[in-house]
Design a binder for this molecule. Structure first.
Ligand SMILES: O=C(CO)[C@H](O)[C@H](O)COP(=O)(O)O
Ligand SMILES: [Co+2]
Length: 215
């Protein structure tokens, strides 16, 4: 069964505690937290204070997705506010190997995200150093976008690369995930599903999470 990671980007920021409680009482294992800087992506979301508050209100895993330039500047700060998994974008890192080691040195799991146009082959030389690869199934920056169909093909290629390298890496998929595409994503190799608008726009978000879990 896949790990479910609801994206807080689609939650009600006027009543965040209520949505945190909903996730706490659901079958979701992770909180997916999208940090955007208005430079790497054309949008600004939220940062450390929100993550720190969420950490105080849950025992679940905090899966932090950094959509920021030069993420090395903030690695230790994200550890301090409670990140368990820290994912940086391949496209935002000049010295990716060094960044991955710095995340692990802080005691967090290290993830790398790939934009839709970036081939999985760029990770060949670091695949054994990684804990997670985040395949973006939309162009990062906004919730509620349409799922890009080529994602299935990309996940299959990544799965093959991981098997060949005998690596132990979680494949996570993010963007436009819903109860229609979830099963096929798991079938081709996804281990963790991020969903924002599909969950929070559902009539019953808790049951929607359970539906995704059965994918
Ligand atoms: O990283 C992201 C956007 O850059 C979000 O995690 C993602 O878009 C989730 O939202 P939705 O499920 O509504 O597409
Ligand atoms: Co995300």
């Amino acid at each position: 069964m896949p790990i479910i990671a609801p994206s807080i980007l689609a939650a009600d920021f006027g009543n965040l505690a209520k949505d945190i409680e909903m996730i706490n009482n659901s079958e979701a294992e992770w909180f997916h937290l999208d940090v955007m800087d208005g430079v790497f992506v054309p949008n600004i979301s939220y940062g450390m204070p929100i993550i720190e508050k969420i950490n105080a209100l849950t025992d679940k895993v905090l899966d932090v997705h950094l959509m920021i330039v030069d993420p090395d500047r903030y690695i230790s700060t994200f550890k301090q506010v409670g990140a368990d998994i820290l994912t940086v974008h391949y496209e935002a890192c000049t010295h990716l190997h060094r960044t991955i080691q710095a995340i692990k040195a802080e005691g967090m799991k290290a993830g790398v995200a790939l934009n839709p146009h970036t081939p999985v082959s760029v990770l060949e030389e670091v695949i054994n150093d990684l804990d997670l690869v985040l395949i973006m199934s939309v162009n990062p920056g906004f919730g509620g976008q349409k799922f890009i169909e080529n994602t299935y093909n990309k996940i299959s290629k990544l799965k093959k690369m991981i098997t060949t390298a005998n690596a132990n890496v979680i494949i996570e998929v993010d963007g436009g995930v819903n109860n229609i595409n979830a099963s096929k994503l798991v079938e081709v190799g996804a281990d963790a599903l991020v969903a924002g608008s599909a969950i929070f726009n559902a009539e019953n978000p808790t049951s929607y999470i359970s539906e995704l879990k059965k994918a």
